[in-house]
Design a protein around this ligand. Structure first.
Ligand code: CUA
Length: 325
């Protein structure tokens, strides 16, 4: 799908880990997979062996009375059926819930330089950098090789934040804030996905994490902290008026203007984002026009009404929004 060509970048797989936590999770998976295959191999071998043995002896001849060989059978049943599973499961429990979970945990709030707050909405992600007053949507930026404290909650139903290459999932639960570490070893764009069924557009509730060299990240954050750019042309000025006087401003915020809505994403630096609608479509003039005029055709069920704007009014609005770098 060409629409996603600009959004993916790297593979969205927990078996291609790019952080220490994701590596621990991946190796736990491979060890469990290896163990499971060995177990399956043993069971199948035993099954074949007993089948062969029974066939050699002939059916029905060994019925009646406990024979000495059957004591060994009982030992196998108790050993392989009860003792070995208990030992194996207890070991796995300790390794996963004590050691691996530890490596995925968030750095303490006072021990980290950067905290990012993510709020799940039906069906997009609000992203906040509290210390800088930055609010954006769906495209997180973090410095590479820096442990970031990620705090996750929700404005409506339960969602789950998951970047398979970077860490385990973390649930977004109403009235509760969960924290996890976000860490990327190498700069790049990592794709994430909502991992808890949350309604019609759950599958289109994606996001990305851009891990950047720290200097690049600092420049990005400083630019995002600035209020919106003033309209640069007459058309953009008309667009700003249309935005502020119309329905747009009741749902969206543009910092530095009178638009303070909080139903939809903050649009202060909309043009600096590469995608729209939680990575559903790339952010171009044409797709933005499609979205404004008939967002229900792009992403059915989303909360944005269809405005059926056309002609000059639409072009003015596009000119204004495209200037929000
Ligand atoms: Cu949000 Cu699934």
């Amino acid at each position: 799908m060409p629409a996603l060509a600009g959004c993916g970048g790297r593979t969205q797989s927990s078996l291609a880990p790019e952080s220490h936590a994701a590596k621990d999770i991946a190796s736990l998976f491979w060890w469990m997979m290896g163990g499971a295959w060995i177990g399956l191999g043993l069971v199948v071998a035993l099954l074949l062996w007993s089948w062969q043995r029974r066939k050699r002896r002939g059916f029905g001849r060994d019925s009646g009375g406990v024979k000495p060989g059957e004591r060994v059978g009982w030992l196998v049943v108790v050993g392989a059926g009860i003792v070995v599973p208990i030992v194996l499961l207890a070991t796995l429990f300790v390794i996963s819930d004590v050691f691996v979970i530890k490596t995925t945990e968030a750095p303490a709030a006072n021990a980290t330089r950067l905290t990012v707050r993510v709020v799940g909405h039906e069906w997009w992600w609000e992203v906040r950098y509290p210390r800088k007053g930055v609010v954006t949507a769906n495209e997180l930026h973090i410095p590479a090789r820096t442990p970031v404290r990620l705090e996750v909650t929700t404005a409506d139903v339960i969602h789950s934040f998951w970047v398979p290459q970077l860490n385990r999932t973390i649930d977004a639960i109403p009235g509760k804030t969960n924290a996890i570490e976000l860490y990327a070893e190498a700069p790049g764009r990592y794709r994430g996905q909502c991992d808890e069924f949350c309604g019609l557009q759950h599958a289109h509730m994606a996001f990305s994490v851009d891990a950047e060299p720290p200097a690049v990240f600092r420049r990005w954050l400083a630019a995002q902290a600035r209020p919106a750019a003033a309209p640069a042309s007459a058309a953009a000025q008309r667009g700003e008026r249309a935005f502020l006087d119309g329905a747009c401003s009741t749902c969206h915020t543009i910092r530095g203007t009178s638009a303070h809505g909080y139903v939809g994403p903050d649009l202060t630096h909309l043009a600096s984002r590469t995608t729209l609608a939680a990575l559903a479509i790339p952010n171009t003039r044409r797709t933005l026009a499609d979205w404004i005029t008939d967002s229900q055709a792009v992403k059915p069920g989303n909360q944005m009404p269809d405005f059926r704007l056309t002609g000059k009014r639409l072009q003015a609005l596009l000119a204004y929004l495209e200037g929000l770098r």
